[in-house]
Design a protein around this ligand. Sequence first.
Ligand SMILES: NC(=O)c1ccc[n+]([C@@H]2O[C@H](COP(=O)([O-])OP(=O)(O)OC[C@H]3O[C@@H](n4cnc5c(N)ncnc54)[C@H](O)[C@@H]3O)[C@@H](O)[C@H]2O)c1
Length: 403
Amino acid sequence: MRICVVGLGYIGLPTSLMLAANGGHVLAVDYNRALVDTLVSGRVTFEEKGLPELYERARVNIEFRSDYPEADVYIVAVATPYIKETHKIDPQYVCAAVRNVLDACPDGAVIVVESTVSPGTMDKFVRPVVAESGRKVRLAHAPERIIPGNMVYELIHNSRTIGADDPETGSLVRDIYATFCQGEIVLTDIRTAEMTKVVENTFRDINIAFANELLKICREDGMDVYEIIRIANKHPRVNILQPGPGVGGHCISVDPWFLVGDYPELTQLIGTARRINDSMPEFVIERMGDIMRENGISSLERVGLYGLTYKENVDDTRESPTLQLLEALERRGQSGLVQVYDPFVARDIAPNQHHDLDSFLGAVDMVVLLVGHDEIKQNAAKLGRIPVLDTRNVLDLPRRYTL
Ligand SMILES: NC(=O)c1ccc[n+]([C@@H]2O[C@H](COP(=O)([O-])OP(=O)(O)OC[C@H]3O[C@@H](n4cnc5c(N)ncnc54)[C@H](O)[C@@H]3O)[C@@H](O)[C@H]2O)c1
C-alpha cells in the first residue's frame, strides 16, 4: 500500500518517518521545495529528540517530493490557524491540500485529515471540495496528540482517535496507524473525532487559566500559589496545572478559539479562559516593572528575556508567550529595548537577540526567565546574584522572584 503524507511540518514529518520506519511505503510531500531539499540531503528540518535516528531507520522506505503522487491513502497534516477577527478556523490550507490530492489520487483512495480542525470542518469545507471534484474518495479524520519534545515516544505510546464514515474505512486507517502505534486506537465518526481533539486542548487551556487566575489572587494577597497547587494536587481528584507567562504553541492557544468562533453564546468559560491566558504577558510586564523598581533598574535595555519558544527544549516559537510579551511592549511604545536570547533559536526573530548565553548575560542586570530550557537549569550558577523573574518556577537562586 502506498501512503502519501502531505505537509512535512512538526506533525507530518515524524508521522511519515514513523510509518516508513515500520515498513510502510511512504511518499512524503511538501510544497516547500527548500524543506524537501533538506530532507532529501539527509537532514531533518527541526530539533526533536530521536528524530534524526528515526530518519535513519525510515530512509529506505521514504521518498521526499514536492509534487503529488498517486497513492492509496493520503494523510493531510497541514496548518489550521484561526481567523483573528472571527476566531473561526481558517480551512484554506486543508482545502488546498485536499484539492492537490484530488488532482492526483485514484478513485477509491482514502484521504485522512490529520490536522486539528473545528467540529464540522469536514462537512462544511472538505466534503464540498470533494463533491466539486466529482472524485470518489473515502474520508477520515485522525487527529494527532503528540507533544513537541517527546514526539517519537508519544507517537508510539499515545492512544489515538480515528473518525470515519464507515467501519471499513475506519479499520483500514486504524491498521495503518497500528503499524507503529501501541496505544489504544478508538474508532468513531468524523464529527466526534473532530470535537474530541478540540475538547482535549480546551480542557488544558481552561485548567491553565484556572492556575493563572489563582496566581493573580495569590499575588494580590501574598500567598504562594505554587505551594498551594502542590498541596491541593495531593487530593486524589484534583490536578491543577502550573501557572506561567501565557500559553503558546500551535494547539492549546489556538484550538479553543475554534469553539468560541463557532459558538460565541455558548462558550463563556472557554472564551474567558482564553482571555485570562492571553492576559499573562501583560501581567509579566507589570511584575517586571515592580522588580525593576525594587532593584533600581531604570532601563528596559538592561533587562533580558530568556527563551523565545513556547515550551522548553524545542525550537518552535509559534504564538509563544515571549513573542506575545514583545508585542505587548510594542503596544506600549517600548519595542526594541529588551535583550532576548534562546539557545534553540538560531535565526534572528527579535531585536537585540543574542546567540550565546554569556553574551546575553553580559548585557543585562536582570533576567526574566520565560522558558525553562535545560540549558538555563544547568547554567543557573551563571545568573549569579542578579534579580531573576522565574515565570516558570524552575530555578533555585538567591535573588529569585516568582510571578
Ligand atoms: N505542532 C504540534 O505540536 C501539533 C500537535 C498536534 C496537532 N497539530 C496539528 O497538526 C497540524 C499540522 O501542524 P504542524 O505544526 O505540523 O504545522 P507546520 O506548519 O509545521 O507544517 C505544515 C506543513 O505543511 C506544508 N503544506 C501546507 N500546505 C501544503 C500543501 N497544499 N501541499 C503540500 N504541503 C503543504 C507546509 O509547507 C508545512 O511544511 C495542525 O492542524 C496542528 O494544529 C500540531
